[in-house]
Design a binder for this molecule. Structure first.
Ligand SMILES: *Cc1c(COP(=O)(O)O)cnc(C)c1O
Length: 424
């Protein structure tokens, strides 16, 4: 059993759906990202089933994985998109996504990004500061437009997750403190180029329990009631993303657990008219992808055994950045023709940084040339990849049943410096 249902062993070889991963590595080389279309569809289904018969808009938090093939799949399934930049908006438009289902998040929106989003006609700007509110009002007025806005409120709740991916505490840079939100809403309501439509929060990522969401929900519902008293009528409540996935043995809350609880409380308060917006990223794509890498060298030192592989922190930054755990599978399980030789390995890349590691202290039975799958590499993986050390970013493959397609080719070496110029 692996952590991801659509990446399973058949005849002791790891497959993506019906395609053996060793065959993909053979054809396209490593490092290689491989996604499962069925895994995307199943992850979406969990949200759409939970939302059935309810006024819910799911906006894929696309910074988790913004390959056009992934975006297009979610667009076809009916998803909206949570964007954090003008670049992400351009990707949504490139696949024919409906701007009316786009919410624009982020603490540092620039003027050109606001203009592009107003031009496209996004559903809502999630505004994170008073200064941003004033700028948005100005930009919209200059264009003769009215900008739909939510304030991203910081409810000061602890999401019980890694400090780097916890965003709903007072000391985070995100959002507007819930105590000051009513004043800022009053200001927004005075500006004729703004239309207040919602309340928004996003308390963190890789959240496994429902309680932090409900703590935030209660605070936001109090705010919404108070705003109604001031004549400000909220149409939608955006609870952000954050539902976690299984990297090792976690059992995260499900979309159904979240929405059942949310709608129960809306009813209890007589607020069923509110539309609920969700911005899931990781939970829609995280276990839909793996990173394939092959063992270049085994190195045994006094202190450690190292498996030096051809993927590195530039391909998958999460271990370096968050100390993240990714499970590591051997694509072809040792079949017994070779003597067992399991050791505790650190799986590391070739980059000149001590932080360049993918997994630590894993019990593995390795030989030079063995193929490994770094699991749960569908979210915050390729999108965080860089070309550090002048390493081309890996190809991305989408598997669909027994077939597969290159959805982004491996970068060529020439392309890495094609736009650079030497001085005359
Ligand atoms: C990153 C992000 C998301 C997606 O978060 P996940 O934990 O991947 O679900 C949603 N909303 C905002 C504002 C974000 O910054």
């Amino acid at each position: 059993m692996t952590v991801a249902p659509h990446f399973a062993f058949k005849n002791q070889v790891l497959h993506a759906e019906d395609v053996p991963l060793a065959a993909l590595a053979q054809e396209f080389g490593t490092p290689l990202y491989v996604y499962s279309r069925k895994a995307l569809q199943d992850a979406w289904q969990a949200y759409s089933t939970a939302a059935e018969g309810r006024n819910v808009l799911v906006c894929f938090g696309m910074k988790a994985n913004s390959n056009l093939a992934v975006l297009n799949e979610f667009r076809q399934l009916g998803s909206g998109f949570d964007i954090v930049s003008g670049g992400e908006l351009a990707r949504v438009l490139a696949v024919g996504g409906d701007p009316g289902k786009v919410v624009f998040s982020g603490v540092g929106k620039q003027e050109w990004e606001m203009q592009a989003a107003l031009q496209a006609g996004v559903k809502c700007f999630n505004v994170e500061s008073e200064a941003e509110l004033e700028r948005l009002a100005q930009v919209a007025a200059q264009m003769g437009k009215v900008a739909p806005v939510s304030l991203r409120v910081n409810p000061d709740v602890d999401a019980h997750t890694h400090p780097y991916i916890s965003t709903g505490l007072k000391e985070n840079k995100f959002g507007i403190a819930i105590e000051t939100a009513p004043e800022v809403y009053k200001r927004a309501a005075q500006l004729s180029s703004l239309n207040v439509v919602g309340v928004d929060c996003h308390i963190g990522s890789q959240i496994t329990e429902v309680d932090p969401y409900l703590d935030a929900l209660e605070k936001l519902l109090d705010l919404i009631s108070a705003l109604a008293g001031d004549g400000i009528h909220i149409k939608h409540l955006d609870l952000g993303g954050g539902i976690g996935i299984r990297y090792t043995d976690e059992t995260p809350l499900t979309p159904k657990m979240l929405l059942d609880n949310v709608f129960e409380r809306l009813q209890a308060r007589g607020l069923e008219h509110l539309q609920i917006v969700l911005e899931p990223g990781r939970s829609l794509v995280g276990n839909s992808g793996v990173l394939l890498t092959s063992v270049q060298y085994l190195k045994h030192t006094e202190a450690k055994n190292f498996a030096i592989v051809d993927a590195a922190m530039n391909d998958l930054l999460r271990p370096t950045l968050y100390d993240a755990w990714h499970s590591v599978e051997q694509v072809a399980q040792p079949a017994g023709q070779r003597p067992a030789d399991a050791k505790t390995y650190d799986v590391v890349g070739p980059i000149c940084e001590s932080g360049d590691w993918l997994a630590r202290d894993r019990q593995l039975d390795l030989r030079q040339g063995d193929l490994l799958a770094i699991m749960s590499a569908g979210a915050y993986a390729f999108t965080m990849a860089s070309q550090y050390n002048t390493r081309p970013r890996p190809a991305e493959i989408m598997v669909d049943g027994g077939s597969y397609q290159v959805v982004r080719p491996r970068e060529t070496l020439e392309s890495l410096f094609a736009d650079e110029k030497v001085l005359p």
